[in-house]
Design a protein. Structure first.
Lengths: 808, 416
């Protein structure tokens, strides 16, 4: 062997620290200069320490000392003081900054000194189990005798009573609290009577629909606590987001003291934004992110650097692991240098990988976001992100995996061909300069609020003068009385229905009635997936090809009422794409503002979605190989939206024809949709988009015959060029949940930023005429037009932008 | 209806939930009156202080309808007597103390009242939202079974009901229920907890007859519901009984529309439950002790019954029980008898049973015989013949083959 192999022993760790990372950065920069679109250097930060609090219980003091902890980081000490002063506290903690001590210290102290109890809430079961293991290590080190138990769906029936009556710390998840604990709170009376601390870890995960539910579960929890005469202190930990304090206050429903300054040390860090090279300049097609991530990970491991690769899907984890194992684990007799880590693996296997990572026995791990959340895996040198994780906050959380314990580190964000990714790598200043997103929740969203008022009324009767949330409670109670769920007597609202409302409310979605996908291949009856009600019509129609981990299934039968789709495995060489018509009618305009030559407004809309048919599209060639009809009920909803419109006059001057301007609107809408998702920290599916006339007489879609066709809702074509046809094209971005989940508000607030972003995304895309990375896919015939769809979209975006903001 | 209500209903539909706008029954003038009252009350509510509900007038009317007496705000007490001599079905109402003692509650024979206990609730879902609107208690009082029921005519009656039950249970030494341990007590304790009152249900011992019925009949009957048990064990058949599952509807119909008919039937249903409890106690005891005529014993799962007897009253009781039913024992009960005999050292009885079963090619019995001859009598050759027989029946069982090899070895070393 000619290659010098760096032994993976800790003795050599110091010797191979800085030169290697620096060397790798220089080498990459030299060889692939045109792929690096941005670079950021984050200097090292020294640790900021504080003494262990003198009043700390001596047993706990001893336990910490035995575990090698003789002082605290400043944020841990600040959390201690804040919590001991009975203030609700949120601590913003980067990865691996010792966040668990922020809450374990006061909680264990309280358990030892005052028999105080604590409730820990983790978003997942796996994290709960890790947490109990960690507390038990401290317990063992100091012989503390504090009893910490998990309580979740896996807790056996005969153990539950012991958890309820004997647990000092009960570790559970929001779903269990919602369905298993609160509706049975009388069984937990003893626990509640001594409950002093409520810990919410991974606070940043409670955003969107889940966060809105969580805020209401917390309202219910505090209501039950008041019944037992306690007012516990909330301690929460969050990864870096823009508004941890605000989010914590919305979730807790009270003033929360935010500790944002971490005292943990960190080494110098380099971040590279990486765009795969263009392999087909005509179509603007780039090499896959997968191939680039694989190359980068190989380079890093060869340089003797411990590397983590984050992939978006479980499938991609397996593919990348295979590529890297092909490179490094060819000899089966030697211990594996590359390991995969993702959800779906057995806990023991994951524990083993974690252990090997901590013990420096693995050189490279390929993981999904399962490793993003609080799992301790020790120090790593290089982090490769295969694709943009979707949010700035999520990106930093994953990048935080590299560069612990004062060592220099490297992070590389490898862009995929998706619009968000391309936008990020082409606008490095946006990403590198942006603060992380705001996590948004809408606890008073009507349906969510109603669900939880229902659950709360089951738990304890409401009084006439009670509050729940910020809206007036009485109309809700009256509504529930009409639904024969509540009975009003003597100033109190009593539950009288013969059911258990929490079972009908899922915290992870706004609507009940998810569809299950049942695989019936060969007489089987396996449930293989679950699909939200809102996307069922678009993905589970009869004839649809439904993909799971890139394996195609064909939908044979859809039982709409029973919420079931029966599928069989298939080997189709095509996929299917639903053709849907949207009709959007503005019901009321909340506010409006000029937007360049047009107007931007926010308000309430009525939306009708009709899925009329589908196309079969062959892989790779993308040719249409067939059509099918779909017979499904229309989906209607009231929601909120933001819309932009341009008047016919302005359009006349800027475009040769109406169809050209409509083309421009379609392309602009595509770009605006993705930038809006980026700005609001939401998934693109949380927002819907539509282009149509402002009076809802016609709507337009990227049709099968190219662009720019307009239809009435019944599917009839509209001839836009007829002068008497009213023409006021409008882009709608709507909140894709009945009643809205509070996304249209920030979209409106950030309307200027959104247009700037969309213009940058389109203008900086290197494709000649438009591509999926900017204005959406185009047909090859489009490229031969005199004016490209891309140019038309840019023209619309410019018309909508305020003059003077062109260079922003 | 408020605009919020309209919006909520529309949104609920849009999100995939079924729209449940249940129209209240229309037709009778009473309904319309109530509906109007409710609307009025609501509209007044939104402006001023809510008017207090006139629960007492409602109480009076309901009390009259169900044959009870109002004893407090929204609370009615019903008291009836069921003479012992009337019996229940073909079961005598007697010997309850001895029966309770035999069923594992020896203190019942001396101290405290034996209180039969059954509740009616607004649902079976459990949790804090289920209301116990009726509590039925019964105990023997001189020549009668005294039945006392508390019925809430509104939520305002709950504190009074809980208080009354607490007082009635002060003298209770033993509660007797049917499925009360997992349902009635849990539900009622939740109500005490919600009212911040101490529960009176913890102190007395609790005998849940469902456990005994399950032990004796779970493997014999399609289910062990009280309605199944009554004709089988008590020879009692209810007529025009309101099913227990209708109780929630009955109370809600009273609350919402002032209907009293169904609640009267619920009260009657609850009384029959109580009388059946009082009759079941001696009936089950009789099946354990064999003091009844044999007619009703055919169904009993003797094996499980004997196992329980052995655990409470010792092996001799179990043996005596099984011997008494010797002619009716099924296979598992015969094995139980042999096992019990072996435990108390009556090997000849055990061997008798095994040999009889062995004639019917029962593998387990043959195995027991093989063990008996090998370990007890050290007669390896006889043991070996039994294992040979066993292997013709159950060829593939490794334990049998091991035994066979061992015995071959033992035979060889003995003769050699």
């Amino acid at each position: 062997m000619s290659q010098v192999v760096v032994p993976a022993g800790s003795a050599n760790a110091a010797a191979r620290s800085e030169p290697d990372v620096g060397g790798l950065v220089r080498s990459l920069g030299r060889r692939f200069a045109n792929r690096v679109t941005g670079e950021l250097l984050i200097p090292a930060k020294l640790g900021n320490y504080a003494d262990l609090p003198p009043e700390l219980d001596p047993r706990l003091h001893q336990a910490l000392t035995r575990r090698g902890i003789s002082r605290l980081y400043s944020h841990q000490a600040a959390a201690w003081t804040s919590v001991r002063n009975e203030r609700h506290t949120v601590v913003v903690t980067p990865t691996a900054s010792g966040k668990t001590l922020c809450y374990n210290l006061p909680v264990l102290h309280g358990a030892l000194q005052d028999q105080h109890k604590a409730l820990y809430l983790f978003p997942t079961k796996a994290l709960s189990q890790d947490q109990v293991a960690e507390i038990n290590e401290l317990n063992a080190a100091g012989e503390l005798g504090v009893r910490a138990y998990t309580f979740d769906g896996d807790t056996p029936g005969d153990a539950r009573k012991a958890v309820r009556t004997r647990g000092d710390i009960v570790v559970t998840n929001p779903d269990m609290l919602h369905q298993g604990i609160l509706p049975h709170h009388t069984k937990w009376a003893q626990f509640f009577e001594s409950l002093k601390y409520i810990v919410i870890d991974e606070l940043h995960t409670y955003r969107g629909v889940f966060g809105s539910h969580m805020a209401n579960v917390m309202r219910r929890l505090r209501r039950v606590c008041r019944f037992y005469g306690v007012d516990p202190v909330f301690i929460s930990c969050s990864a870096t987001i823009a508004n941890p304090g605000e989010l914590a206050e919305l979730l807790v429903g009270d003033t929360v003291h935010a500790i944002r300054e971490s005292g943990a040390p960190s080494g110098p860090k380099t971040l590279l934004l990486w765009n795969p090279p263009v392999v087909n300049p005509d179509l603007g097609i780039r090499a896959s992110a997968r191939s680039q991530s694989s190359i980068l990970a190989r380079e890093a491991v060869k340089a003797g650097l411990k590397t983590i690769v984050f992939a978006q899907t479980r499938l991609m984890v397996e593919v990348l692991t295979k590529y890297l194992k092909d490179a490094f684990d060819k000899d089966p007799r030697r211990p594996a240098r590359v390991r995969a880590y993702r959800g779906g693996y057995l806990p023991t296997e994951r524990r083993e990988t974690e252990h090997k990572l901590r013990a420096d026995q693995v050189d490279c791990v390929v993981a999904t976001s399962a490793l993003e959340l609080g799992v301790d895996i020790g120090s790593l040198d290089v982090c490769v992100l295969n694709g943009y994780p979707g949010t700035i906050a999520g990106t930093w959380q994953r990048l935080g995996r590299a560069g612990r314990r004062n060592r220099p580190a490297l992070g590389i964000l490898v862009a995929s061909s998706l619009p968000l990714d391309q936008y990020i790598v082409r606008n490095p200043e946006f990403f590198l300069g942006a603060s992380p997103e705001h996590a948004r929740i809408a606890p008073d969203q009507l349906l969510i609020l109603l669900d939880h008022i229902r659950c709360a009324a089951f738990e304890l009767p409401f009084s006439d003068d009670d509050d729940f949330g910020s809206d007036a409670l009485l109309p809700f109670l009256e509504y529930l009385e009409q639904e024969q769920v509540l009975h009003h007597e003597g100033g109190r609202w009593h539950w009288v229905a013969d059911n258990y409302p929490a079972n009908a409310v899922s915290l992870r979605s706004v609507a009940e009635g998810n569809f299950v996908v049942v695989d019936t291949t060969g007489g089987r009856k396996d449930i293989i997936a679950e699909v939200d009600f809102s996307s069922a019509a678009m993905t589970l129609y009869e004839g649809a090809i439904y993909m799971i981990q890139a394996r195609p299934f064909q939908v044979e039968r859809l039982d709409w009422e029973g919420r079931k789709a029966f599928v069989t495995q298939t080997r189709a060489d095509y996929y299917t794409d639903a053709i849907d018509y949207t009709k959007l009618k503005v019901l009321s305009e909340f506010r409006a503002d000029a937007s360049g030559a047009g107007q931007c407004a926010q308000g309430e809309v009525h939306l009708v979605l009709r899925v009329a048919g589908y196309k079969k599209i062959r892989y790779y060639t993308h040719e249409n190989v067939g059509y099918g009809n779909i017979n499904l009920p229309d989906r209607e909803m009231h929601t909120t939206a933001v819309w932009w419109r341009l008047e016919a006059d302005a359009l006349c001057q800027a475009f040769e024809s109406r169809w050209q301007s409509l083309d421009g609107f379609l392309g602009a809408a595509y770009a605006m949709h993705f930038v809006a998702a980026l700005l609001t920290m939401s998934e693109p599916g949380d927002l819907g988009r539509a282009v149509g006339n402002s009076d809802a007489t016609w709507f337009s879609h990227v049709g099968t015959r190219g662009r720019g066709s307009a239809q009435k809702f019944n599917g009839d074509d509209v001839d836009l060029e007829r002068p008497e046809q009213i023409f006021a094209p409008t882009v709608f971005l709507y909140d894709n949940y009945p009643g809205g989940i509070g996304l249209s508000e920030p979209v409106y607030e950030m309307r200027a930023q959104l247009l700037t972003g969309a213009r940058e995304m389109v203008s900086e895309c290197r494709c000649p005429a438009g591509c999926p990375a900017c204005i959406g896919p185009i047909l090859s015939s489009d490229e031969e037009r005199t004016v490209s769809a891309k140019a038309l979209a840019l023209r619309v975006l410019e018309l909508l932008s305020a003059p003077g903001s062109a260079g922003a | 209806m408020s605009s919020l209500g309209t919006r909520l209903r529309a949104l609920a539909q849009q999100s995939g939930g079924s729209a449940q706008s249940v129209p209240s029954d229309s037709g009778s003038t009473e309904d319309i009156g109530t509906d109007v009252q409710q609307r009025l009350r609501r509209s007044m509510l939104s402006r001023a202080h809510p008017p207090t509900v006139k629960a007492t007038t409602g109480s009076d009317r309901l009390a009259k309808a169900v044959g009870g007496t109002p004893i407090g705000p929204s609370l009615i007490r019903l008291e009836t007597r069921h003479p012992r001599i009337r019996g229940h079905g073909h079961q005598n109402l007697a010997g309850e103390r001895e029966a309770a003692a035999y069923l594992g509650h020896p203190h019942a024979s001396s101290g405290g009242r034996i209180v039969f206990f059954d509740t009616e609730t607004t649902g079976l879902a459990g949790g804090t939202g289920t209301v116990v609107f009726m509590v039925g208690l019964a105990w023997f009082d001189g020549p009668d079974l005294l039945l006392r029921q508390y019925l809430m005519s509104g939520f305002g009656g709950e504190p009074g009901l809980l208080q009354a039950v607490t007082e009635d249970l002060e003298q209770a030494g033993l509660l007797v229920s049917f499925n009360g341990k997992s349902f009635d007590v849990t539900q009622l304790e939740t109500r005490y907890r919600l009212a911040s009152l101490p529960s009176p249900l913890r102190r007395p011992e609790h005998l849940d007859l469902l456990f005994h019925v399950r032990r004796m009949f779970a493997r014999r009957w399609p289910n062990c519901r009280l309605s199944t048990v009554e004709p089988m064990l008590l020879g009692f058949q209810r007529h025009n009984d309101l099913p227990g599952s209708m109780a929630p509807t009955a109370w809600l119909n009273w609350l919402r529309m002032g209907h009293t008919d169904m609640l009267r039937e619920v009260a009657e249903h609850n009384r029959w439950d109580l009388v059946s409890l009082a009759a079941l106690l001696p009936a089950i005891d009789a099946r354990y002790r064999g003091t009844d005529s044999d007619t009703y014993c055919a169904d009993v799962d003797h094996a499980r019954t004997a196992t329980w007897l052995a655990s409470i009253h010792g092996d001799h009781s179990a043996l005596e029980y099984l011997q008494r039913h010797r002619d009716n024992l099924d296979l598992s009960a015969q094995h139980e008898l042999a096992r019990t005999a072996r435990r108390i050292g009556d090997w000849s009885l055990a061997v008798d049973i095994w040999q009889e079963l062995a004639r019917q090619s029962d593998g387990l019995a043959i195995e027991q015989l093989a063990k008996y001859f090998e370990h007890r009598l050290h007669d390896y050759r006889t043991a070996l013949t039994w294992v040979d027989t066993l292997l013709t029946l159950e060829r593939d069982i490794e334990a049998h083959r091991r035994r066979h090899r061992r015995l071959l070895h033992k035979c060889a070393s003995c003769s050699g």
